[in-house]
Design a protein around this ligand. Structure first.
Ligand SMILES: Cc1cc2nc3c(=O)[nH]c(=O)nc-3n(C[C@H](O)[C@H](O)[C@H](O)COP(=O)(O)OP(=O)(O)OC[C@H]3O[C@@H](n4cnc5c(N)ncnc54)[C@H](O)[C@@H]3O)c2cc1C
Length: 423
């Protein structure tokens, strides 16, 4: 569910900063210095939000509607940090105005680390922006380099804390807010960098590695207590042993309460291929989670579940968790390329006919059938805006349907999506 509280808090803090900066400007600020230092402050606040979001705290998941969405906001905040910092850099006067404060002396000014720290920070920010937007750089290569941003954050703090007072007045109203943000940001950074942001690892033993059409099902038996989760949530899978790189996020496709944990993984790149080709039963796996807030139990009684390809996994968990007598009226639209790629189709048919409240609509693009809002409008018994929509699938499909639903007047609050990527 899209929760906007987090976004409102972010915008609120920025608004307060702007109000303080413009309302109580530090002495000697001319219009140019006021405007460009304000942009510098906004860039720093955005970066602080990005740092705080990487703590993965559960309370933040509640405020933003899940970890996937937190990472999306983290990414957007990072992009705007770099853009705002660039405008700040080009706009801010490079020389101290005549008659400025005690460090107007050019020699003293040249000794201040503020300028080189700012320049270096900006260069790293721009490189980081380029790397984040360049999808050709593999996630596994990008992830370790991204950790440098922690150092960049500290550099930026050094940049403004050592700036001459004409540019940054620590004891001004807006200056105090930035100092407080820096304190919170540094604590958040330490929390993430020292691995405290990882949820407890639950140990499992691999019981089966099932080869499906273009996907692999991993069946795990708990070594101790079972992971506690809700249908639609995901977890990080950390395979133990030589040669297994960083943890990867996957939706739990089994239902809570089952004896075994199941993940269904589409073969996409090196890691998922290795899982399919090399993983053996008896191996050890740590599962960290659960994360995510793709919860259909709190929504209205009439629901449309739209799954595109491997985007079926959260719905698999939901339908596997369903009990007889479920009062919801659910239409599960399962879009795949062709019937052979529609994994678990037979199980879905069986469950749908057993429950009676689930209408299964398989659509195969090879046969010219796509998930389309105009078709839904024709075929559904009630008006579109009376349903809650849950979507998980390829981004173009989700974005397209979301746009069409909005055009049809479906409120955004009734459209719930799960993204299968963080970056
Ligand atoms: C919340 C969430 C739930 C997901 N659930 C499922 C699922 O149920 N089934 C499924 O098949 N896929 C799921 N995915 C996608 C899955 O994580 C990636 O397909 C997988 O990590 C690809 O790894 P790779 O090395 O084989 O492929 P690559 O080609 O290296 O990566 C493909 C893409 O996967 C993402 N990715 C790769 N490695 C990581 C990582 N360590 N952490 C985060 N993202 C990474 C990146 O966006 C990358 O561009 C989910 C992703 C997210 C974020």
């Amino acid at each position: 569910m899209l929760r906007k509280t987090g976004l409102y808090v972010m915008l609120g803090v920025i608004a307060v900063f702007i109000a303080l900066h413009l309302g109580f400007p530090p002495e000697q600020h001319g219009a140019r210095v006021t405007g460009t230092t304000m942009l510098g402050g906004i860039a720093f606040l955005l970066m602080t939000f990005a740092v705080i979001l990487s703590t993965r705290l559960s309370v933040l998941e509640d405020m933003f509607g899940g970890l996937d969405r937190m990472y999306q906001v983290h990414r957007v905040a990072g992009v705007f940090t770099a853009l705002t910092a660039l405008v700040h850099f080009f706009g801010v006067p490079k020389e101290l105005p005549v008659g400025a404060d005690s460090v107007a002396d050019p020699v003293v000014n040249a000794l201040l680390p503020s300028m080189p720290l700012g320049m270096l920070g900006l260069i790293f920010l721009v490189i980081g922006l380029f790397m984040a937007l360049n999808r050709k750089i593999r996630y596994s290569r990008w992830r370790p380099t991204h950790k440098v941003m922690g150092l960049v954050y500290v550099m930026i703090i050094g940049h403004f804390m050592t700036a001459p007072a004409i540019f940054f007045e620590r004891f001004s109203a807006s200056g105090l807010l930035l100092v407080a943000a820096a304190g919170i940001g540094v604590v958040a950074l330490g929390y993430s960098l020292f691995g405290m942001n990882k949820r407890t690892a639950v140990p499992f033993t691999i019981e089966a590695v099932n080869h499906l059409e273009r996907a692999t099902e991993l069946v795990l038996a708990p070594d101790g207590a079972m992971l506690d989760f809700k249908p639609g949530q995901f977890a990080f899978v950390e395979i133990q042993g030589e040669g297994w790189s960083e943890p990867h996020p996957f939706t739990l496709s089994s239902a809570p309460g089952e004896q075994k944990l199941r993940f269904t993984m589409k073969v996409l790149g090196d890691w998922t291929r290795k899982v399919r080709e090399e993983l053996k039963t008896g191996g050890k796996v740590l599962v960290r989670g659960p994360y995510g807030r793709f919860d259909a139990t709190q929504a209205g009684k009439k629901q449309i579940w739209l799954a595109g390809g491997i985007g079926l996994t959260p719905f698999l968990s939901k339908i596997r968790a369903m009990k007889q007598g479920d009062a919801r009226d659910i239409h599960l639209v399962y879009a795949a390329r062709e019937a052979s790629e529609a994994i678990f189709l037979e199980e879905l048919k069986d469950r749908a006919s057993a429950f009676g409240n689930v209408t299964l609509v398989p659509l195969f693009s090879e046969e010219g059938n796509f998930a389309r809002v105009d078709m839904m409008k024709q075929k559904l018994p009630d008006a579109l805006d009376t349903y809650d929509f849950f979507m998980c699938g390829p981004k173009p499909m989700v974005d397209g349907i979301m746009g069409d639903l909005k055009k049809e007047g479906v409120p955004r609050a009734r459209i719930h999506t799960e993204a299968f990527e963080f970056r």
